[in-house]
Design a protein around this ligand. Structure first.
Ligand SMILES: [Zn+2]
Length: 422
């Protein structure tokens, strides 16, 4: 079955200016991309008139937590029984696709097999969801971010606690045995736990051996690295995707720039923003958020990501969506944060959400080009003028993944236009 999308304004994800064109899709791929009026509709060809709306690549969530389902604290995620947790995670996968995210690179699964089973379920075609790169839980050292145990009380969160090279090797191999695509390491902490964001608590030999083991199985490694030292350690030990990084000093930035063809970074700014401005009704006042270091984090992120942009370091969107005040499905807000907080142009921010995300996925997605997988959106509005149009799912008239429409309301849009014209 082939589909021809005619009369579209094509933004291809590369940063080139949009152009009027047609896209021919055969099977799961983009077969032909034509400026102006393209291939004639013949035979067994479904034709979609895009009414001059924007056609662009499906969005890529670069820091997904599909199994985070409205938590207000870390132990909430440990308290959910596994059966309910699978169902919640599957629902979240659909929410992301409904919001235009056709790919999701996971930055940690709350329990070991949640990302894995949901990835497999989506890949089987039975349940809707984005393409998923499944992550391990966050591997953390005793007393690190995610270790919620106390001497008198064992509590789960989203972490696996492991210490020393031997313990880390065992944790990494176990996660790989259970089917993850990438390993998450908490190299630094966070200001709301005893291991602070400015601390680099996972030892160099632990990080190095985790990367060696993961890479020997062909898996990727990502890290939680706030402190400058934690960024430096991640780059020098071979981590592939380095999250947060707001305290990166000149040494860390130089290393990132030198490794920019190998590594990706992601600020995960959505959670910081919402904790500061939108968490009152969950009991976190502005004063509390400032006390937790959220204001400071935004300011240091602003400084650091201006440098990231200027140095051509590949940055992906994704803001820790999945907490109570960062609901799943609102992930496109990160694109606006890149523009408003970090000073990216709309085109640059949209490339972070598409082309660069595609490179992170390691799949032929994220651009509209011949031969790429047909993961496409048709949007009523111009995201290059206002990136916020992507936050309104009613404006996503077509959501296509691998050539198959997950949603298509273009006919209704056409009928609406005719009514308005009459
Ligand atoms: Zn995260």
């Amino acid at each position: 079955m082939a589909t021809l999308i005619r009369n579209a304004q094509v933004w291809d994800g590369t940063g080139a200016a949009p152009f009027a064109g047609d896209v021919l899709i055969e099977g799961d791929r983009i077969r032909q991309l034509q400026r102006g009026s393209g291939p004639r509709a013949t035979g067994d060809l479904a034709v979609i008139d895009a009414l001059g709306m924007t056609l662009m690549p499906g969005l890529v969530e670069g820091h997904a937590h599909l199994s985070f389902c409205g938590a207000t604290k870390n132990t909430d995620l440990g308290d959910i029984p596994p059966e309910e947790h699978v169902i919640e995670t599957l629902h979240n996968a659909k929410k992301l696709l409904d919001a235009g995210f056709t790919s999701a690179y996971s930055a940690a699964s709350a329990k070991l097999r949640l990302d894995v089973v949901v990835r497999n379920e989506v890949n089987s075609g039975r349940s809707p969801g984005p393409r998923i790169r499944a992550a391990s839980p966050e591997i953390t050292v005793t007393g690190g971010l995610g270790d919620e145990n106390r001497q008198h009380l064992m509590r789960d969160s989203f972490a696996i606690v492991a210490d020393g090279p031997q313990g880390i090797v065992r944790a990494v191999r176990t996660c790989i045995r259970e089917g993850v695509d990438n390993i998450k390491l908490n190299i630094s902490g966070d200001d709301f736990v005893p291991a602070k964001g400015g601390m680099t608590v996972m030892r160099e030999e632990e990080v190095r051996i985790a990367c060696e083991v993961a890479h020997s199985y062909g898996r990727r490694v990502s890290s939680h690295s706030r402190a400058g030292n934690a960024v430096t350690r991640a780059v020098t030990c071979g981590v592939d995707v380095i999250y947060h990084c707001e305290l990166a000093d000149d040494e860390a930035l130089d290393l990132l720039e030198a490794a920019r063809d190998r590594v990706f970074v992601g600020p995960a700014i959505g959670l910081i923003h919402n904790t500061l401005y939108e968490a009152e009704s969950f009991g976190i006042t502005r004063a509390m958020a400032i006390d937790l270091g959220m204001q400071r984090c935004i300011e240091s992120s602003q400084r650091t990501y201006e440098q990231m942009r200027k140095r051509g370091i590949r940055v992906v969107i994704g803001g820790d969506y999945g907490f109570a005040w960062t609901p799943q499905g609102t992930n496109a807000r990160d694109i606006e944060h890149f523009v408003k907080i970090f000073g990216y142009s709309p085109s640059e921010a949209l490339q972070c959400a598409t082309r660069i995300g595609g490179e992170l996925m390691g799949l032929p997605v994220g651009t509209v080009k011949e031969g790429q997988l047909a993961d496409l959106l048709v949007v009523d509005g111009n995201p290059l003028q206002d990136v916020r149009v992507l936050q309104d799912s009613s404006r996503l008239k077509l959501i296509m993944k691998g050539g198959a429409a997950h949603k298509n309301t273009i006919a209704e849009a056409a009928a609406g236009r005719e009514r308005r014209a009459a």
